[in-house]
Design a protein around this ligand. Structure first.
Ligand code: GLU
Length: 421
Protein backbone atom coordinates (compact mmCIF):
# COMPACT_ATOMS: atom_id res chain seq x y z
CA UNK A 1 0.00 0.00 0.00
CA UNK A 2 1.22 3.56 -0.65
CA UNK A 3 2.56 5.28 2.46
CA UNK A 4 0.17 8.17 2.25
CA UNK A 5 -2.57 8.42 4.84
CA UNK A 6 -4.68 10.87 2.88
CA UNK A 7 -4.53 8.78 -0.27
CA UNK A 8 -5.14 5.64 1.81
CA UNK A 9 -8.38 7.12 3.11
CA UNK A 10 -9.47 7.89 -0.46
CA UNK A 11 -8.54 4.36 -1.55
CA UNK A 12 -11.14 2.98 0.89
CA UNK A 13 -13.70 4.00 -1.72
CA UNK A 14 -11.89 2.07 -4.44
CA UNK A 15 -11.74 -1.10 -2.31
CA UNK A 16 -15.39 -0.69 -1.53
CA UNK A 17 -16.31 -0.36 -5.22
CA UNK A 18 -14.14 -3.35 -6.13
CA UNK A 19 -16.44 -5.58 -4.06
CA UNK A 20 -19.31 -4.83 -6.42
CA UNK A 21 -17.65 -5.37 -9.78
CA UNK A 22 -15.66 -8.14 -11.31
CA UNK A 23 -12.31 -6.59 -12.25
CA UNK A 24 -8.81 -8.00 -12.26
CA UNK A 25 -7.03 -7.49 -8.93
CA UNK A 26 -4.08 -6.04 -10.88
CA UNK A 27 -6.31 -3.23 -12.15
CA UNK A 28 -7.18 -2.27 -8.59
CA UNK A 29 -3.53 -2.47 -7.60
CA UNK A 30 -2.50 -0.22 -10.51
CA UNK A 31 -5.06 2.39 -9.49
CA UNK A 32 -3.64 2.54 -5.97
CA UNK A 33 -0.42 4.28 -7.04
CA UNK A 34 0.09 7.64 -8.71
CA UNK A 35 1.99 7.37 -11.97
CA UNK A 36 4.26 10.32 -11.17
CA UNK A 37 4.40 13.17 -8.69
CA UNK A 38 6.94 15.94 -9.20
CA UNK A 39 7.94 18.32 -6.45
CA UNK A 40 9.81 21.58 -7.00
CA UNK A 41 10.74 24.65 -5.01
CA UNK A 42 9.64 27.82 -6.79
CA UNK A 43 11.76 30.87 -6.03
CA UNK A 44 10.28 34.26 -6.87
CA UNK A 45 11.25 37.86 -6.37
CA UNK A 46 8.99 39.75 -4.00
CA UNK A 47 8.01 43.39 -4.58
CA UNK A 48 10.44 44.57 -1.88
CA UNK A 49 13.36 42.95 -3.72
CA UNK A 50 13.68 39.95 -1.40
CA UNK A 51 13.32 36.37 -2.61
CA UNK A 52 10.93 33.79 -1.30
CA UNK A 53 10.50 30.12 -2.08
CA UNK A 54 7.36 27.99 -2.19
CA UNK A 55 6.90 24.24 -2.45
CA UNK A 56 4.92 23.12 -5.48
CA UNK A 57 3.73 19.81 -6.91
CA UNK A 58 2.14 18.31 -9.97
CA UNK A 59 0.79 14.76 -9.89
CA UNK A 60 -0.21 12.79 -12.97
CA UNK A 61 -2.14 10.05 -11.23
CA UNK A 62 -3.34 7.92 -14.13
CA UNK A 63 -3.37 8.54 -17.88
CA UNK A 64 -4.96 5.34 -19.09
CA UNK A 65 -8.05 7.10 -20.47
CA UNK A 66 -6.26 10.14 -21.87
CA UNK A 67 -4.10 13.11 -20.90
CA UNK A 68 -4.15 13.83 -17.18
CA UNK A 69 -6.55 16.62 -16.17
CA UNK A 70 -7.02 18.57 -12.98
CA UNK A 71 -6.68 21.91 -11.29
CA UNK A 72 -3.88 23.72 -9.51
CA UNK A 73 -4.58 24.75 -5.92
CA UNK A 74 -2.88 27.61 -4.08
CA UNK A 75 -3.25 26.91 -0.37
CA UNK A 76 -1.03 27.22 2.71
CA UNK A 77 -1.87 23.64 3.80
CA UNK A 78 -1.17 22.05 0.39
CA UNK A 79 0.97 18.90 0.52
CA UNK A 80 2.17 16.11 -1.77
CA UNK A 81 -0.25 13.72 -0.06
CA UNK A 82 -3.21 15.99 -0.66
CA UNK A 83 -2.25 16.55 -4.31
CA UNK A 84 -2.09 12.78 -4.88
CA UNK A 85 -5.45 12.24 -3.24
CA UNK A 86 -7.03 15.02 -5.32
CA UNK A 87 -5.43 13.59 -8.48
CA UNK A 88 -6.87 10.16 -7.63
CA UNK A 89 -10.33 11.75 -7.37
CA UNK A 90 -9.83 13.48 -10.73
CA UNK A 91 -9.04 10.09 -12.32
CA UNK A 92 -12.40 8.76 -11.16
CA UNK A 93 -14.27 12.01 -11.85
CA UNK A 94 -13.19 12.06 -15.50
CA UNK A 95 -14.14 8.39 -15.84
CA UNK A 96 -17.54 8.98 -14.20
CA UNK A 97 -18.30 11.62 -16.86
CA UNK A 98 -16.73 9.56 -19.66
CA UNK A 99 -14.36 12.41 -20.53
CA UNK A 100 -11.30 11.25 -22.51
CA UNK A 101 -8.94 12.15 -19.68
CA UNK A 102 -6.97 10.65 -16.85
CA UNK A 103 -6.55 12.43 -13.53
CA UNK A 104 -3.99 14.91 -12.27
CA UNK A 105 -3.64 17.76 -9.81
CA UNK A 106 -1.18 20.43 -8.79
CA UNK A 107 -0.61 22.77 -5.88
CA UNK A 108 1.55 25.51 -4.48
CA UNK A 109 1.95 25.80 -0.72
CA UNK A 110 1.07 29.48 -0.38
CA UNK A 111 -1.60 31.78 1.00
CA UNK A 112 -2.27 33.81 -2.17
CA UNK A 113 -3.98 36.52 -0.13
CA UNK A 114 -0.59 37.52 1.26
CA UNK A 115 0.85 38.21 -2.23
CA UNK A 116 0.50 41.32 -4.37
CA UNK A 117 -0.93 40.86 -7.87
CA UNK A 118 2.56 41.14 -9.39
CA UNK A 119 3.95 38.54 -6.96
CA UNK A 120 1.03 36.23 -7.74
CA UNK A 121 1.76 36.59 -11.46
CA UNK A 122 5.45 35.77 -10.95
CA UNK A 123 4.52 32.72 -8.86
CA UNK A 124 2.03 31.49 -11.48
CA UNK A 125 4.55 31.95 -14.30
CA UNK A 126 7.27 30.17 -12.35
CA UNK A 127 4.90 27.23 -11.77
CA UNK A 128 4.45 26.88 -15.52
CA UNK A 129 8.21 27.23 -16.13
CA UNK A 130 8.96 24.51 -13.58
CA UNK A 131 6.38 22.05 -14.89
CA UNK A 132 6.37 22.86 -18.62
CA UNK A 133 7.91 19.48 -19.47
CA UNK A 134 5.17 17.64 -17.62
CA UNK A 135 2.27 19.81 -18.75
CA UNK A 136 1.03 19.82 -22.36
CA UNK A 137 -2.23 19.92 -24.38
CA UNK A 138 -2.07 16.15 -24.96
CA UNK A 139 -0.19 15.25 -21.81
CA UNK A 140 -1.39 17.08 -18.72
CA UNK A 141 -3.92 19.92 -18.72
CA UNK A 142 -4.30 22.10 -15.60
CA UNK A 143 -7.26 24.27 -14.60
CA UNK A 144 -8.38 26.39 -11.62
CA UNK A 145 -8.96 24.92 -8.17
CA UNK A 146 -9.12 26.34 -4.64
CA UNK A 147 -7.81 29.96 -4.62
CA UNK A 148 -6.81 29.97 -8.29
CA UNK A 149 -8.87 31.61 -11.04
CA UNK A 150 -9.06 32.53 -14.72
CA UNK A 151 -6.54 35.35 -14.33
CA UNK A 152 -3.94 32.89 -13.04
CA UNK A 153 -4.79 30.44 -15.84
CA UNK A 154 -4.28 33.30 -18.34
CA UNK A 155 -0.79 34.03 -17.00
CA UNK A 156 0.10 30.35 -17.11
CA UNK A 157 -1.22 29.98 -20.68
CA UNK A 158 0.86 33.00 -21.70
CA UNK A 159 3.98 31.58 -20.06
CA UNK A 160 3.51 28.24 -21.80
CA UNK A 161 3.03 29.98 -25.17
CA UNK A 162 6.33 31.80 -24.62
CA UNK A 163 8.12 28.56 -23.70
CA UNK A 164 6.92 26.61 -26.75
CA UNK A 165 7.02 29.63 -29.08
CA UNK A 166 3.41 29.47 -30.21
CA UNK A 167 -0.11 29.99 -28.91
CA UNK A 168 -1.25 26.75 -27.33
CA UNK A 169 -4.55 27.48 -25.60
CA UNK A 170 -5.50 23.81 -25.09
CA UNK A 171 -2.69 23.46 -22.54
CA UNK A 172 -4.83 24.85 -19.73
CA UNK A 173 -8.55 25.41 -19.15
CA UNK A 174 -10.53 27.94 -17.16
CA UNK A 175 -8.79 30.75 -19.08
CA UNK A 176 -10.20 34.24 -19.59
CA UNK A 177 -12.56 34.34 -22.60
CA UNK A 178 -10.10 36.70 -24.36
CA UNK A 179 -7.44 33.96 -24.32
CA UNK A 180 -9.65 31.15 -25.57
CA UNK A 181 -11.64 30.44 -22.44
CA UNK A 182 -15.10 28.92 -22.81
CA UNK A 183 -18.40 30.57 -22.10
CA UNK A 184 -20.04 28.91 -19.11
CA UNK A 185 -16.83 27.77 -17.36
CA UNK A 186 -17.28 30.22 -14.47
CA UNK A 187 -20.42 28.67 -13.00
CA UNK A 188 -19.91 25.18 -14.44
CA UNK A 189 -19.20 23.35 -11.16
CA UNK A 190 -22.34 24.72 -9.50
CA UNK A 191 -24.44 24.40 -12.65
CA UNK A 192 -23.54 20.74 -13.04
CA UNK A 193 -24.60 20.07 -9.43
CA UNK A 194 -27.76 22.07 -9.99
CA UNK A 195 -28.72 20.06 -13.12
CA UNK A 196 -28.07 16.87 -11.18
CA UNK A 197 -30.27 17.80 -8.22
CA UNK A 198 -33.01 19.08 -10.52
CA UNK A 199 -32.95 15.85 -12.53
CA UNK A 200 -33.01 13.52 -9.51
CA UNK A 201 -35.18 15.59 -7.16
CA UNK A 202 -38.35 13.53 -7.71
CA UNK A 203 -36.45 10.26 -7.22
CA UNK A 204 -34.98 11.74 -4.05
CA UNK A 205 -38.41 12.71 -2.75
CA UNK A 206 -37.48 16.40 -2.86
CA UNK A 207 -40.47 17.83 -4.69
CA UNK A 208 -41.38 21.43 -4.09
CA UNK A 209 -39.55 24.23 -2.39
CA UNK A 210 -36.29 23.16 -0.77
CA UNK A 211 -34.38 24.77 2.08
CA UNK A 212 -30.67 24.94 1.30
CA UNK A 213 -27.57 25.42 3.48
CA UNK A 214 -24.30 26.21 1.69
CA UNK A 215 -20.95 25.70 3.37
CA UNK A 216 -18.30 27.83 1.66
CA UNK A 217 -19.36 30.92 -0.26
CA UNK A 218 -16.68 31.08 -2.95
CA UNK A 219 -17.23 30.47 -6.66
CA UNK A 220 -19.20 27.22 -6.41
CA UNK A 221 -21.10 28.23 -3.26
CA UNK A 222 -22.25 31.58 -4.64
CA UNK A 223 -23.38 30.14 -7.97
CA UNK A 224 -25.28 27.18 -6.50
CA UNK A 225 -27.11 29.51 -4.11
CA UNK A 226 -28.07 31.80 -7.01
CA UNK A 227 -29.17 28.98 -9.33
CA UNK A 228 -31.33 27.34 -6.66
CA UNK A 229 -32.75 30.65 -5.42
CA UNK A 230 -33.72 31.55 -9.03
CA UNK A 231 -35.83 28.37 -9.06
CA UNK A 232 -37.64 29.54 -5.91
CA UNK A 233 -35.73 27.48 -3.34
CA UNK A 234 -34.84 29.05 0.00
CA UNK A 235 -31.23 29.64 1.08
CA UNK A 236 -31.39 29.33 4.87
CA UNK A 237 -27.69 29.36 5.83
CA UNK A 238 -24.31 30.12 4.27
CA UNK A 239 -20.79 30.21 5.66
CA UNK A 240 -17.32 31.33 4.65
CA UNK A 241 -13.94 31.47 6.40
CA UNK A 242 -15.22 34.43 8.46
CA UNK A 243 -18.28 32.67 9.94
CA UNK A 244 -21.89 31.81 9.06
CA UNK A 245 -25.31 33.43 8.82
CA UNK A 246 -28.71 31.81 9.18
CA UNK A 247 -32.33 32.74 8.65
CA UNK A 248 -35.13 30.18 8.73
CA UNK A 249 -37.19 32.53 6.55
CA UNK A 250 -34.52 32.65 3.87
CA UNK A 251 -31.41 34.81 3.52
CA UNK A 252 -31.16 37.92 1.38
CA UNK A 253 -28.96 36.57 -1.41
CA UNK A 254 -28.30 39.98 -2.97
CA UNK A 255 -26.93 41.25 0.34
CA UNK A 256 -24.67 38.20 0.65
CA UNK A 257 -23.33 38.55 -2.90
CA UNK A 258 -22.76 42.28 -2.35
CA UNK A 259 -20.75 41.57 0.82
CA UNK A 260 -18.53 39.13 -1.11
CA UNK A 261 -18.06 41.65 -3.95
CA UNK A 262 -16.83 44.12 -1.33
CA UNK A 263 -14.34 41.55 -0.05
CA UNK A 264 -16.29 41.00 3.19
CA UNK A 265 -17.44 37.89 5.01
CA UNK A 266 -21.08 36.81 4.78
CA UNK A 267 -21.29 37.74 8.48
CA UNK A 268 -21.14 41.41 7.42
CA UNK A 269 -24.84 41.00 6.55
CA UNK A 270 -25.73 40.26 10.21
CA UNK A 271 -28.94 41.93 11.27
CA UNK A 272 -30.17 42.50 7.69
CA UNK A 273 -33.53 40.87 6.92
CA UNK A 274 -33.31 38.63 9.96
CA UNK A 275 -29.78 37.37 9.26
CA UNK A 276 -28.46 35.87 12.46
CA UNK A 277 -24.76 34.98 12.91
CA UNK A 278 -24.11 31.38 13.90
CA UNK A 279 -20.86 29.49 14.43
CA UNK A 280 -19.38 28.28 11.15
CA UNK A 281 -19.26 24.75 12.64
CA UNK A 282 -23.01 24.87 13.29
CA UNK A 283 -23.87 25.27 9.61
CA UNK A 284 -23.92 21.52 8.97
CA UNK A 285 -26.59 21.00 11.66
CA UNK A 286 -28.97 23.72 10.42
CA UNK A 287 -32.52 22.53 9.74
CA UNK A 288 -32.67 22.23 5.92
CA UNK A 289 -33.42 19.82 3.07
CA UNK A 290 -30.16 20.08 1.13
CA UNK A 291 -26.70 20.66 2.57
CA UNK A 292 -24.12 21.81 0.03
CA UNK A 293 -20.52 21.52 1.22
CA UNK A 294 -18.64 23.81 -1.19
CA UNK A 295 -15.43 24.45 0.75
CA UNK A 296 -12.63 22.01 1.54
CA UNK A 297 -12.05 18.36 2.44
CA UNK A 298 -13.23 16.57 5.61
CA UNK A 299 -15.78 19.19 6.72
CA UNK A 300 -18.38 16.55 7.61
CA UNK A 301 -16.75 14.07 9.96
CA UNK A 302 -17.52 11.73 12.88
CA UNK A 303 -17.85 14.74 15.15
CA UNK A 304 -20.75 16.38 13.30
CA UNK A 305 -22.26 13.86 10.84
CA UNK A 306 -24.92 12.73 13.33
CA UNK A 307 -26.19 16.31 13.62
CA UNK A 308 -26.87 16.74 9.87
CA UNK A 309 -30.61 17.38 9.40
CA UNK A 310 -30.60 17.62 5.60
CA UNK A 311 -32.02 14.75 3.55
CA UNK A 312 -29.53 15.32 0.74
CA UNK A 313 -25.85 16.31 0.70
CA UNK A 314 -24.59 17.75 -2.60
CA UNK A 315 -20.79 17.58 -2.58
CA UNK A 316 -19.58 20.57 -4.59
CA UNK A 317 -16.24 20.48 -2.76
CA UNK A 318 -13.79 17.62 -3.26
CA UNK A 319 -13.88 15.12 -0.39
CA UNK A 320 -16.01 17.10 2.08
CA UNK A 321 -17.42 13.95 3.78
CA UNK A 322 -15.02 11.51 5.47
CA UNK A 323 -15.55 7.75 4.90
CA UNK A 324 -16.63 7.38 8.56
CA UNK A 325 -19.14 10.23 8.22
CA UNK A 326 -20.46 8.59 5.05
CA UNK A 327 -21.48 5.56 7.11
CA UNK A 328 -23.16 7.68 9.77
CA UNK A 329 -25.13 9.59 7.10
CA UNK A 330 -26.10 6.40 5.26
CA UNK A 331 -27.44 4.82 8.47
CA UNK A 332 -29.59 7.90 9.00
CA UNK A 333 -30.97 7.74 5.44
CA UNK A 334 -29.18 10.88 4.21
CA UNK A 335 -28.36 10.58 0.51
CA UNK A 336 -24.96 11.92 -0.55
CA UNK A 337 -24.46 12.96 -4.18
CA UNK A 338 -20.70 12.32 -4.31
CA UNK A 339 -18.06 14.82 -5.42
CA UNK A 340 -16.81 12.79 -8.39
CA UNK A 341 -20.30 13.17 -9.89
CA UNK A 342 -21.77 16.25 -8.17
CA UNK A 343 -18.91 18.68 -8.88
CA UNK A 344 -17.87 17.22 -12.23
CA UNK A 345 -19.55 20.06 -14.14
CA UNK A 346 -16.32 22.06 -13.79
CA UNK A 347 -14.06 19.57 -15.50
CA UNK A 348 -16.77 18.80 -18.06
CA UNK A 349 -16.87 22.42 -19.26
CA UNK A 350 -13.05 22.38 -19.09
CA UNK A 351 -13.27 19.52 -21.58
CA UNK A 352 -15.57 21.63 -23.78
CA UNK A 353 -13.03 24.47 -23.58
CA UNK A 354 -10.20 22.12 -24.64
CA UNK A 355 -12.25 20.78 -27.56
CA UNK A 356 -13.06 24.34 -28.69
CA UNK A 357 -9.37 25.32 -28.43
CA UNK A 358 -8.34 22.35 -30.53
CA UNK A 359 -11.01 23.08 -33.14
CA UNK A 360 -10.54 26.85 -33.07
CA UNK A 361 -14.32 27.07 -33.20
CA UNK A 362 -16.28 28.49 -30.28
CA UNK A 363 -19.74 27.49 -29.08
CA UNK A 364 -22.70 29.53 -27.86
CA UNK A 365 -23.53 29.51 -24.15
CA UNK A 366 -26.76 27.66 -24.80
CA UNK A 367 -24.90 24.84 -26.49
CA UNK A 368 -22.58 24.53 -23.50
CA UNK A 369 -25.48 24.42 -21.05
CA UNK A 370 -27.35 21.84 -23.10
CA UNK A 371 -24.30 19.60 -23.48
CA UNK A 372 -23.46 19.89 -19.77
CA UNK A 373 -27.03 19.11 -18.75
CA UNK A 374 -27.15 16.08 -21.07
CA UNK A 375 -23.98 14.57 -19.60
CA UNK A 376 -24.89 15.33 -15.95
CA UNK A 377 -28.32 13.76 -16.41
CA UNK A 378 -27.04 10.76 -18.34
CA UNK A 379 -24.27 9.84 -15.90
CA UNK A 380 -26.33 10.86 -12.84
CA UNK A 381 -29.22 8.63 -13.97
CA UNK A 382 -26.90 5.69 -14.68
CA UNK A 383 -25.37 5.97 -11.21
CA UNK A 384 -28.78 6.35 -9.58
CA UNK A 385 -30.04 3.17 -11.31
CA UNK A 386 -26.87 1.33 -10.32
CA UNK A 387 -27.29 2.38 -6.69
CA UNK A 388 -30.88 1.11 -6.70
CA UNK A 389 -30.20 -2.18 -8.46
CA UNK A 390 -27.15 -3.04 -6.35
CA UNK A 391 -28.47 -1.46 -3.13
CA UNK A 392 -25.30 0.58 -2.74
CA UNK A 393 -24.73 4.25 -1.95
CA UNK A 394 -24.50 6.83 -4.72
CA UNK A 395 -20.80 7.17 -3.89
CA UNK A 396 -20.07 3.46 -4.26
CA UNK A 397 -22.17 3.40 -7.43
CA UNK A 398 -20.19 6.32 -8.87
CA UNK A 399 -16.93 4.51 -8.15
CA UNK A 400 -18.25 1.26 -9.67
CA UNK A 401 -19.40 3.20 -12.75
CA UNK A 402 -15.97 4.84 -13.15
CA UNK A 403 -14.04 1.70 -12.30
CA UNK A 404 -15.70 -0.32 -15.05
CA UNK A 405 -14.57 2.31 -17.59
CA UNK A 406 -11.07 2.48 -16.13
CA UNK A 407 -10.72 -1.31 -16.06
CA UNK A 408 -11.84 -1.58 -19.67
CA UNK A 409 -9.24 1.00 -20.74
CA UNK A 410 -6.46 -0.54 -18.65
CA UNK A 411 -7.12 -3.95 -20.13
CA UNK A 412 -7.40 -2.57 -23.66
CA UNK A 413 -3.93 -1.06 -23.32
CA UNK A 414 -2.51 -4.56 -22.77
CA UNK A 415 -1.78 -6.28 -19.52
CA UNK A 416 1.95 -6.95 -19.71
CA UNK A 417 3.43 -3.72 -18.40
CA UNK A 418 0.97 -2.34 -15.86
CA UNK A 419 3.56 -0.91 -13.57
CA UNK A 420 6.00 0.60 -16.04
CA UNK A 421 5.73 4.37 -16.21
N1 GLU B 1 -10.52 21.86 -10.01
C1 GLU B 1 -11.73 21.36 -10.59
C2 GLU B 1 -12.06 19.99 -10.04
O1 GLU B 1 -11.62 19.63 -8.96
C3 GLU B 1 -11.73 21.43 -12.11
C4 GLU B 1 -10.66 20.65 -12.79
C5 GLU B 1 -10.58 20.90 -14.28
O2 GLU B 1 -11.37 21.65 -14.81
O3 GLU B 1 -9.67 20.31 -14.89
O4 GLU B 1 -12.79 19.23 -10.61
Amino acid sequence: MPENNLLDSALVRLDDAAKHINVDADVIEKLKFPRETTKVRLMIRMDDGSRKSFLAWRCRYDDTRGPTKGGIRFHPDASAEEVEMLAFWMTFKCAVMNLPYGGGKGAVQVDPRTLSKAELERLSRSYMQAFSRIIGPDRDIPAPDVYTNSMIMGWMADEYAQIVGQASPAVITGKPIALGGSLGRGDATARGGYYLVRHLSKDLGLDGRMRIAVQGFGNAGQYIASLLADDGHKIVAVSDSGGAVHSANGLDLEALLAAKRDGLSVTATAGKNGHEVIKADDLVSVDCDVLVPAALENMIHTGNAASVKARLVLELANGPVTPEADEILAKRGVVVLPDILANAGGVTVSYFEWVQNKQGYYWELEEIHTKLRTIMEREGRAIWELSLSRRISMRTAAYVHALSRLAEAIEAHGTQNYFIS
